[in-house]
Ligand binder design. Structure first.
Ligand SMILES: NC(=O)c1ccc[n+]([C@@H]2O[C@H](COP(=O)([O-])OP(=O)(O)OC[C@H]3O[C@@H](n4cnc5c(N)ncnc54)[C@H](OP(=O)(O)O)[C@@H]3O)[C@@H](O)[C@H]2O)c1
Length: 264
């Protein structure tokens, strides 16, 4: 698995209780990824948890009951993504769900001040990382029998409208919508369903600034309402529970009173 570490027991295809479906969550060590992993564990899914921080993944695995496979992975590195999916194949023999969630916001600075390296980090994580994971999942889902599976991409309300000082994040989240649509179309013939959840202001490390006070379009700095990441997780659980003949193509789950609808 590239330079990543793997924990968990069992040989090829042996990690999965009979009848249980297999889900891979990227960015599973915190925030929405962790909340989704816990929700899927409760629903009986076998879990693979990926992210860069081994201790954070172990924490999620512990909370999820201890049987999840954790694979330390940087999704920006193709060889580590290859290793992650080889581990999924070896351990579980198949993949039924990818929650393509790993992401980063990058520094909130004016367009003209964004460093090239920071642009690259956001693009490599949010777009290239999501593509690499989706491509590897697609290959596995196409080849496995029974054929097919589901990919749920984590977009954002920033897939629709920007915040001030978020050009890299906004551009990559708009691009995520393109990934979702292409995967949906190309997946049809292989029973691969692809949907997208667009979240607004779930309380996580990434959104600490929202409740502290964040720059608004009118130039003021104001605190914004947030919601519990568990409310996102329940929606992902529902999307994941559908038969492959049905798909939630796009879902928006946001803090009810956040400044999004109504131009502020
Ligand atoms: N919270 C919201 O309101 C909100 C709104 C819209 C969209 N989202 C989206 O939700 C997703 C999760 O964000 P969050 O709010 O839960 O924030 P978070 O707690 O910061 O989660 C981001 C996760 O991505 C992982 N990650 C970052 N870079 C990675 C890389 N190169 N390789 C592998 N994993 C990587 C991080 O784990 P490591 O650091 O351990 O790698 C972390 O667990 C993101 O895609 C974000 O854009 C969130």
């Amino acid at each position: 698995m590239g330079s990543g570490d793997l924990t968990g027991s069992g040989g090829p295809g042996r990690g999965r209780p009979v009848g249980s479906k297999v889900a891979l969550v990227t960015g599973a060590g915190s925030g929405i990824g962790r909340a989704v992993a816990l929700e899927l564990a409760e629903a009986g899914w076998s879990l693979v948890l990926a992210g860069r921080r081994a201790d954070a993944l172990a924490g999620t695995a512990r909370l999820a009951g201890g049987s999840a496979l954790t694979v330390r992975t940087d999704v920006t590195r193709p060889e580590e993504v290859d290793g992650l999916f080889a581990a999924v194949r070896d351990h579980f023999g198949r993949l039924d769900l990818l929650f393509n969630n790993a992401g980063t916001f990058g520094p909130a600075v004016p367009v003209e001040e964004l460093a090239y390296e920071d642009w690259r980090t956001v693009v490599d994580t949010n777009l290239t990382g999501a593509f690499l994971c989706a491509q590897a999942a697609f290959r596995l889902m196409r080849a496995q029998r029974p054929q097919g599976g589901r990919i749920i991409n984590n977009g954002s309300v920033s897939a629709h409208v920007p915040r001030p000082h978020s050009i890299a994040y906004t551009a990559t989240k708009h691009a995520m919508t393109g990934l979702t649509k292409s995967l949906s179309l190309d997946g049809r013939r292989y029973s691969i369903a692809c949907g997208q959840i667009d979240v607004g202001n779930a309380a996580t490390e990434m959104t600490e600034r929202m409740s502290a006070g964040i720059l608004q379009a009118d130039g003021q700095v104001r605190a914004e309402p947030v919601m519990d990441a568990a409310d996102v997780a329940r929606t992902v659980r529902h999307m994941a529970s559908l038969p492959l003949e049905a798909n939630v193509q796009f879902a928006t789950v946001m803090a009810t009173a956040m400044p999004y609808i109504g131009r502020g």
